[in-house]
Write a protein that binds this ligand. Structure first.
Ligand code: ZN
Length: 442
């Protein structure tokens, strides 16, 4: 189905009208620090703005996530537009070339084009989280406002536009998202049919990323005096053959995904205990960053390490080790404490999936070139597609290369395009039949 020219004109006109206020709002978001666990002021701003823009329902859940709904005039799917409200530290402000990380300054400066091949002189908003994800967040909230505006003009709207702003994505993807979907939605009788993420995509449609498992392997020994090591079992020495197997056997044997690339394993921290010079250690702890591809599971990742442990134990009766997935406790700004398991699911959606096709069609109708990509980093798509298997894509004005750097900025010309783009995606995907919302498989 092609989008009508008349509708495209209405979208563009509304985007043009909302654009100046949207840029001011994005600036305000950048000027409001919201490091993970301190998102309250930002959440307040999001809620206020959604009310101002004519959302029908706006609420905050117990964990501090915010939700806004724009209801259509006809039955249809609920499309979730998702942003995280937190961000990482600005780091040393001396590296910010004169910009205040919380200044939200707007100027004309050099920025990459979409393909990162040419620098262009364009207007940008500067500051921490401009590219991860406050400018994308402003665009999504305004896209809901644009839908409300079209509805007021008498344009028939199918389904529901849902904005969700979640807490604590940076330290632990999925902590806010899982709480919101599994607890808050369940309690309120809400559900969603697909998700559009605001994480940086340079106006391309992103279709997945690898998963991540943080593993802790503990190798055991027995203490003795450091002056008499022959009386003990040195846990560090016992870890050596295990480390070699991870590096020389497991790593080269890992599978490759044609779109997302190679699975990987990397030993990034070694600690030992008791950790004093006069004592042979009886514990050696290895922290492993394991990146997974679709088809791999937390069970399969654990099993392959367990197989190495079993093999070594069969050869050496003194060898003892175990492996587990790391956990961390995260407390939200409202005081809700969650035990986060450090496992983020991999996911991908085919560019031929009817949902992705409908989104592409919407961008084409606006005259935006349709390009696809995949993230290097993780997102809350690990919950919506990785676990829930709902169609999920990324579409955002922000550019990946500026995220978490002191060059953090977002092009305002991309923001205007993304505002119209997000609204058009909503209007076109909500017209699709049930096949566009079927479970994603790989
Ligand atoms: Zn992010």
């Amino acid at each position: 189905m092609k989008m009508e020219k008349n509708l495209v004109e209405k979208i563009n006109a509304a985007a043009e009208e909302l654009y100046p206020e949207m840029v001011k709002f994005a600036q305000k978001l950048v000027q409001t620090p919201s490091i993970s666990g301190t998102e309250k002021n930002l959440a307040d701003l999001d809620m206020e703005e959604m009310k101002k823009l004519g959302y029908d329902e706006v609420f905050r859940d117990e964990q501090g996530n915010v939700v806004g709904l724009v209801k259509g005039t006809l039955p249809g799917p609920t499309i979730m537009y998702n942003s995280h409200m937190d961000h990482v530290s600005p780091g040393d402000s001396a590296n910010w070339q004169g910009y205040d990380p919380y200044g939200g300054a707007i100027d004309v400066c050099e920025a990459d084009d979409q393909e990162k091949t040419v620098k262009e002189l364009v207007e940008c908003i500067h500051g921490r989280a401009a590219s991860d994800v406050k400018c994308g967040e402003a665009v999504q909230i305004y896209a809901g406002g644009l839908i409300a505006k079209l509805r007021a003009q008498g344009v028939p709207i199918k389904g529901t536009f849902m904005f969700t702003g979640v807490v604590q994505e940076e330290p632990a993807e999925m902590v806010g998202m899982k709480y919101l979907i599994d607890k808050t939605f369940a309690e309120k009788g809400l559900s969603y049919d697909a998700m559009v993420s605001s994480e940086a995509t340079s106006l391309k449609i992103y279709c997945g990323h690898r998963g991540r498992v943080e593993l802790l392997i503990t190798v055991y020994g027995r203490t003795s005096h450091g002056s008499a090591p022959w009386l003990g079992i040195n846990a560090i020495y016992k870890a050596i053959p295990l480390i070699e197997k991870l590096k020389d056997e497991l790593y080269p044997s890992l599978p490759v995904d044609p779109q997302l690339g190679k699975a990987s394993v990397s030993l990034n921290i070694i600690e030992c205990s008791p950790g004093a010079l006069s004592i042979v250690p009886d514990k050696c702890m290895l922290s492993i960053d394991r990146r997974t591809i679709p088809g791999e599971t937390v069970e399969s990742v654990i099993a392959e390490v367990q197989a190495i442990i079993d093999e070594l134990a069969a050869k050496d009766p003194e060898f003892r080790a175990d492996v587990k997935v790391k956990t961390a406790t995260e407390v939200s700004y409202t005081g809700v404490s969650c035990e986060a398991v450090k496992y983020m699911n991999p996911w991908k959606i085919s560019t031929d999936h009817p949902f992705v096709k409908a989104a592409s069609e919407a961008l084409s109708a606006l005259g935006q070139p349709v390009k696809y990509g995949y993230w290097d980093f993780g997102t809350d798509g690990s919950k919506t597609c990785g676990i829930d298997r709902k169609p999920t894509i990324g579409y955002s004005p922000m550019q990946e290369q500026y995220a978490h750097t002191p060059y953090d900025k977002c092009r305002t010309d991309f923001m205007k395009k993304a505002l119209a783009g997000n609204a058009a995606i909503f209007l076109n995907v909500s017209e699709q039949g049930l096949e566009a919302f079927e479970k994603v498989e790989w």
